[in-house]
Design a protein around this ligand. Structure first.
Ligand code: FAD
Length: 413
């Protein structure tokens, strides 16, 4: 049994704490914030075994450059002349190959399916977080996007995922909650969704029952390292000692890694969401409106829309109204007749996805500091992959064989 400190109380840190505590370790979670509204709360809540292709993929750079010139587009890189952005961009470019995607797909699929199994177990205990296996609809309005989506779906099918290819009429028959104006859709039956804010409450309650100590408003500032081993974390609320440490500080992890003398190419990808409470009209199925990359998730009585990926820095709290207009226009074109207006700024949530230059999460020990496990970089899939990540973290710290292979999730992949 070890004393373990988890740095970061987002969905990855909390799930790590849960599985570590279940293995019998004594766990403390430290977080700068009060752990109530970060990236793990306002996201779209999609559990996506369908997302087998990492962000770093052929064609992504060219598409990204085209989007850069459209102020309403779902993707943007905030230009700045610094080495961190340049080096991340260069590595992202180098990783955007067919070979990388082919290696990543089975690894991502296994990790996702493990996560889904674990979500099922958690929901069986108490489904207070509206876990639901209705699948995911990828809806498209143009032939070009349809062709791309069908191609991805064929790859997913080859890997054994259950996929239906739907015409516009078939989409209408399946999705009776909303009128849709689409050319067609792909139904990934493998996928699920949940209400992230409620999941975060659930997992918090569970880890408190397991005896985990949660310390909010406690910022990790530095580390004391002796003989390649972290002995102590130094925070603004005092020092904490432990036998093992988990770095799960999301979009802030590159900065933390630097303090440990490690290079972690990771940048924040800002995204927005807004939630209609007690929505009178809502779809039965979660969907991605492909051309605008907008997510639509029914969550209990509520309905959440999300979108945009702005590669930026973690001090960037600006709400970009142009991009929100882009989200609203997309919703109007896919769901004609659905009345929606641009929400007030105060009702718009934003969060920073931790995006690595490989497009893959890092779930890994390090040779340089053997009592450290890094668990971050899940970009658009942090919720989806959180229970599996937590389980792997606990297996690594307990010295056990991991449930799935982790070679693709190394720090230098
Ligand atoms: C619009 C949007 C939609 C999304 N939709 C989905 C989706 O449908 N499905 C999905 O799977 N994912 C989705 N995501 C991504 C998902 O939200 C993230 O991948 C996930 O929340 C990352 O979790 P995390 O625990 O790594 O990071 P975070 O939730 O950011 O947690 C990191 C924590 O570390 C703390 N921290 C930082 N620095 C320090 C420090 N020095 N000391 C102590 N604590 C520190 C922070 O305060 C924070 O609480 C979406 C994201 C966005 C923005």
């Amino acid at each position: 049994m070890k004393d373990v400190i988890v740095i970061g109380g987002g969905v990855i840190g909390m799930c790590s704490a849960y599985y570590l505590a279940r293995e019998g370790h004594r766990v403390t979670v430290l977080d700068t914030s009060d752990m109530s509204k970060g990236c793990s709360f306002g996201n779209a809540g999609l559990i996506v075994p369908s997302h087998i292709i990492p962000l770093a993929q052929p064609g992504m750079i060219a598409q990204g450059v085209r989007w850069m010139f459209n102020p309403q587009s779902p993707f943007y890189v905030k230009p700045r002349f610094d080495r961190e952005l340049f080096s991340w961009g260069w590595q992202f470019y180098r990783n955007s190959t067919r070979k990388h995607v082919e290696r990543a797909m089975p690894a991502l699929k296994d990790l996702s399916l493990l996560s889904k199994e674990l979500y099922r177990d958690l929901a069986r205990q108490n489904n207070s977080f509206f876990y639901d296996e209705k699948g995911l609809l990828m809806l498209y309005r143009t032939e070009k996007t349809g062709e791309e989506e069908r191609h991805v779906a064929e790859e997913a099918k080859k890997l054994g995922l259950e996929v239906d290819f739907l015409s516009a009429e078939e989409v209408g028959k399946l999705e009776t909650g909303m009128d849709t104006d689409v050319l067609g859709g792909i139904h990934y039956k493998s996928d699920a969704h949940l209400y992230p804010n409620k999941f975060m409450k659930f997992i918090r309650d569970e880890i408190l029952k397991e005896g985990v100590i949660l310390k909010g408003n406690t910022a990790v500032k530095d580390f004391l390292i002796k003989e390649n081993t972290i002995r102590t974390v130094i925070t603004d609320k005092g020092d904490f000692n432990a036998d093992a440490f988990v770095l799960a500080s999301g979009a802030w992890s590159a900065h933390m890694a630097k303090r440990l003398g490690l290079r972690l190419p990771l940048l924040p990808g800002k995204g927005y969401s807004f939630t209609l409470k007690n929505a009178e009209k809502r779809p039965l199925h979660p969907a991605i409106l492909c051309e605008g990359k907008v997510s639509v998730t029914p969550m209990g009585e509520d309905l959440r829309f999300g979108g945009t990926m702005e590669i930026t820095h973690t001090r960037d709290g600006r709400i970009n109204t142009n991009r929100l207009r882009g989200i609203i226009d997309t919703i109007r074109s896919f769901y004609p007749g659905f009345e929606i207006k641009l929400p007030d700024k105060k009702d718009i949530w934003y969060g920073f996805r931790p995006c690595t230059s490989s497009g893959l999460p890092v779930i890994s020990g390090t040779e340089k500091i053997p009592n450290l496990v890094i668990a971050t970089g899940h970009a658009m899939m942090g919720v989806s992959l959180a229970p599996a990540t937590g389980k792997l973290v606990s297996e690594m710290i307990s010295g056990k064989k991991t449930s799935v292979r982790t070679e693709m999730f190394g720090i230098n992949t």
